[in-house]
Design a protein. Structure first.
Ligand code: ADP
Length: 353
């Protein structure tokens, strides 16, 4: 296994589209890093530069202390698992898993040992003689992972490996990948557009937008202290609510007249913004029935333990996730409080800290 350093990586495609701008991260041996962001933000390009499938326009890639920036993919000792599995249809599961080692003219006994060990880890021992088309989507994904495992690569790369699976299987396979990561202690770089996958899998998340890294941190750091409005809106489901608010002494005046009280600590944090407009962010789960602002209910969605209450606050949309079963009627008015608030500079969109 290996550590990984991406230093000032840039990617400009032949058509002059710059897909990645100045990407920097040091990845520790055994870390599972998830690159997350909306479609087109440069996640796959970054992963493909690490794999060697795309040239690096500028910058340096170091694997285990060695500069591999210009090294061909086959010499980088990296295994990649794709979303479409990329299995050979005419080969059995066993042959698919053994294939890369066969190409390397590995000793047949060693190949057999490695394939059987990987099959055992992945629960594929009974499927080894089947062809991919006889397997479920989840099993195919496991074969794709098995193919990576047998090579004992320095780094595992995953490109949206769960997107072709249905929701239930996605959850189960996600947990398998987590167990696999623990068991192998492998360095993994994992790309997804799904914030749930990022939160549940990552040791650290890299959140990207439009080719730029927005924040790197643990799942809790990105959830609890997002660096800017983009990260705050992308991480967390349902997404954070945002409102324009003017700082006025110990209070925030919201557009439309409602006011929200601030704790001493919050007022101190915002003291240099007195009289100015900021962006207030409130996660749906940080809203409770209280006595601060009135919300006119549009509809309720009961999820069992919680209820999503969708409504408007002075004409602005707001979603609250209340920890009880509620049946508010359309047009009903409730009063809520914000338990945890996030503040962002209106100009830069950066968090006010
Ligand atoms: P993501 O994986 O986050 O969806 P990509 O890395 O695939 O994003 O793409 C990032 C940007 O680079 C997009 O604007 C995309 O259109 C562009 N892009 C991707 N591949 C190519 C290519 N081969 N040639 C030109 N532009 C590309």
């Amino acid at each position: 296994m290996a550590s990984l350093s991406l230093k000032n990586l840039n990617k400009i495609y032949d058509n002059n589209v710059q897909a990645v701008f100045d990407f920097n991260i040091d990845i520790n041996d055994g870390e599972l890093i998830v690159l997350v962001g909306p479609s087109g933000c440069g996640k796959s390009t970054t992963l493909r530069m690490v794999a060697g499938l795309e040239d690096i326009s500028s910058g340096t890639l170091i694997i285990d202390g060695k500069d591999v920036t210009k090294m061909p993919p086959k010499d980088r000792d990296i295994a990649m698992v794709f979303q479409n599995y990329a299995l050979y249809a005419h080969m059995t599961v066993y042959e698919n898993m053994a294939f890369s080692l066969t190409l390397l003219h590995e000793n047949p006994n060693v190949i057999h040992e490695k394939v059987m060990a990987a099959a055992e880890i992945l629960g594929l021992t009974d499927q080894l003689n089947k062809k991919p088309k006889q397997l479920s989507g989840g099993q195919r994904q496991r074969v794709a992972m098995g193919r990576a495992i047998v090579r004992t690569p320095k780094v595992f790369l995953f490109d949206e490996p769960l997107s072709n699976l249905d929701a239930k299987l996605r959850g189960a396979t996600r947990r398998e990948i987590l167990l696999l990561h623990k068991r192998l202690g492998a360095t993994m770089l994992y790309v997804t557009h799904d914030q749930t996958e990022a939160l549940t899998l990552a040791d650290r998340i890299v959140c990207m937008s439009m080719g730029y890294v927005q924040q790197i941190g643990t799942p809790l750091e990105l959830y609890d202290t997002p660096a800017n409005v983009f990260v705050a809106s992308f991480i967390g489901l349902p997404p954070m609510n945002f409102f324009d608010a003017t700082v006025c002494g110990g209070k925030l005046l919201l557009d439309g007249g409602a006011s929200v009280s601030l704790s001493d600590e919050e007022a101190k944090l915002l003291s240099s913004y007195d009289g100015k407009m900021i962006t207030l962010g409130v996660r749906p789960e940080n809203i409770t029935i209280g006595d601060d602002v009135k919300v006119k209910v549009n509809n309720c969605e009961n999820l069992g333990q919680t209820t999503l209450v969708h409504g408007t606050m002075n004409g602005h949309k707001i979603t609250a996730k209340l920890r009880e079963w509620c049946n508010y009627k359309h047009g009903e008015e409730i009063t809520v409080s914000f338990n945890r608030k996030h503040f962002f500079d209106k100009e830069t969109t950066n968090a006010i800290r």
